[in-house]
Design a protein around this ligand. Structure first.
Ligand SMILES: NC(=O)c1ccc[n+]([C@@H]2O[C@H](COP(=O)([O-])OP(=O)(O)OC[C@H]3O[C@@H](n4cnc5c(N)ncnc54)[C@H](OP(=O)(O)O)[C@@H]3O)[C@@H](O)[C@H]2O)c1
Length: 254
């Protein structure tokens, strides 16, 4: 049972690379008009062009979602341009690993600003639109998909603040789910294990070798694997809510 996404509008944050980029491509392939947000506009433009060349509809919007105004404008412009908003994939995130002792506090600020505050700003701005979409055809259901991580389930030394942010995403998602599910807005949590993306490139160089050492030994997930899971969630019929998906590479033990 898969419903196509024709006539729906999706917004994907962090769509200039990795999981967000693959998700935008997949939702467009399934018929959604997609707004794609991030800071690197050239990459968004290239993706929008690719989607349109394949017969889809796309809108590239430069936005830094750690800024509340820009997050609000991202959502407002999407709804204005396409006339509605059915699906939000709250994906933009950063993972700056390392011991808490002597960590640059600026790294903690960046993770909190994006993984928590940015996600909250987008959710807050999008909810009125999602509630409205859930009352209308074609699907009479809407989706907010928040991207967490295995790190939102299991805390480990070296990831303390990343763990904090992703556990926070899980708590927010479940509380919000209870609040809006009766109005047919489904709130879902996706928790990937290791995915081959640019995410680790932002880890400080002296820490990165330690983080990536273990990654080489496993067959990491591809962004398309997570995009496929997200598309599965948002294409369920109205009466099915997939609340949570934990997806690891088969050979990831931790
Ligand atoms: N890769 C993994 O192993 C893994 C595992 C579990 C969970 N995740 C989660 O998956 C999500 C996507 O990460 P990814 O792996 O696809 O990494 P990625 O390729 O680094 O993608 C991160 C995206 O976030 C965007 N972004 C960063 N700062 C932003 C800001 N201030 N405003 C708006 N967008 C911003 C980036 O675009 P710009 O730089 O152009 O703004 C980029 O498009 C994150 O939430 C991450 O925590 C990833």
């Amino acid at each position: 049972m898969t419903e196509d996404l024709n006539g729906t509008v999706a917004l994907v944050t962090g769509a200039s690379s990795g999981i967000g980029e693959a998700t935008a491509r997949e939702l467009a392939r399934r018929g959604a008009a997609v707004a794609i947000g991030a800071r690197r506009k050239q990459r968004l433009d290239a993706l929008a062009q690719e989607i349109e060349d394949a017969g889809g509809r796309a809108l590239a919007i430069e936005a830094d979602v750690t800024d509340a105004d820009q997050a609000r404008r991202l959502v407002a412009y999407t709804a204005e341009h396409f006339g509605r908003l059915d699906t939000v994939v709250n994906n933009a995130g950063v993972m700056l690993l390392g011991p808490a002792v002597d960590a640059p506090v600026e790294e903690w600020d960046r993770m909190i600003a994006l993984n928590l505050q940015g996600l909250l700003y987008v959710a807050h701005a999008a909810l009125p639109h999602l509630l409205a979409a859930a009352e209308t055809e074609p699907r009479r259901v809407a989706d907010l998909v928040n991207i967490s991580s295995v790190a939102g389930r299991v805390a480990r030394q070296g990831a303390a603040v990343y763990n904090l942010t992703k556990h926070g995403v899980g708590a927010f998602s479940e509380a919000l789910r209870q609040e809006v599910t009766g109005r047919h807005v489904r709130v879902s949590l996706v928790e990937p294990g290791a995915v081959a993306t640019e995410l680790v490139d932002h880890v400080r160089e002296e820490i990165r070798a330690r983080v990536t050492g273990g990654l080489d030994k496993m067959e990491r997930l591809q962004s398309e694997d997570i995009a496929d899971a997200i598309a599965y969630i948002v294409s369920r019929p109205r009466h099915i809510a997939v609340n949570e998906l934990l997806i690891r590479p088969t050979d990831e033990e931790g």
